[in-house]
Design a protein around this ligand. Sequence first.
Ligand code: SF4
Ligand code: SF4
Length: 307
Amino acid sequence: MTTLAWVGEVIARLIQESPENRLDDFGGQPIFDAPLVGIADGDDPLFKHFLEVVSHQHLQPRPFLQRHSPEGTDLTQVKVISWALPFAQEIRRSNRGRDLPSRLYSLARNNGGALIYRMNSRLAEILHARGITAVAPTTTSEYDVFRTPDLTFSSTWSERHVAYCAGLGQFGLNGALITSLGINVRLGSIVTNLPLNPTPRNYDDYRAPCLENEGENCGLCLDKCPIEAISLQGLNKTRCNIQRKEIRHKFMDRYQNELHLLPTPIPINRQTRNRFSLGCALCQCGVPCESRNPFGIPKGNKRNAGY
Ligand code: SF4
Ligand code: SF4
């Protein structure tokens, strides 16, 4: 078994066996199906580019790992393992409505985030036990979420951009990443000194074909958004954030009373608190990219063989 196949198997097993992957409120329904895994080179020049396009505070894998490794650690290799976890079919189907996200989707979205947070630490422990250094940026004090000057949110580690760098997909019209397992996924990543070959990015453009030709290649998510946050030019993040905030206000108290919502420690402006996130994602369900890449699967973006 190759090292990549072994890593893929470990991640798949962690998801499958995590109690957080089961929704007791829905008869033990699993949240995620088997993951897609990609590898980015920690010295890929794209990470410097993220300082311009994501945030000037975006973490750089090599110095990040240096800061979190014991002295004398061999950092000849610095790689980023990125994974996409596709929501199970029943969860995606439940969210194909037009107005508000389903109760099942909201619970799965929230608990899926909590699962990824806990899984990051479990994966790091498994790698450490084998003498491998591995640290998930989102579990450290260097991770922060903050408002940008245009009042949308940004962070010091963008899982979407990291996944793009790791060959997992391109950005669609609604701003999410279209992977070979579709757009309705949640992402995670860890920085490591494990020697792994980077996954080829078999695309030249960060935009999926639906963002070219002014959205004329598909554009179906545009109709799915109840508040017109998507146009042929792309996503209006401010509008989308307002809607997600309203969903939160509308349902959070009730869901916290009725459902087993798991908290996730998330920093906002350096204030880390246990938080809940219900999301929305109506524009990612009941569309051609819901669970596949409708424009064809780039060679390096196929589910890695061997797990
Ligand atoms: S629904 Fe169509 S336009 Fe929207 S992200 Fe998916 S493929 Fe692109
Ligand atoms: S997540 Fe919801 S509000 Fe945001 S663009 Fe998609 S459908 Fe619209």
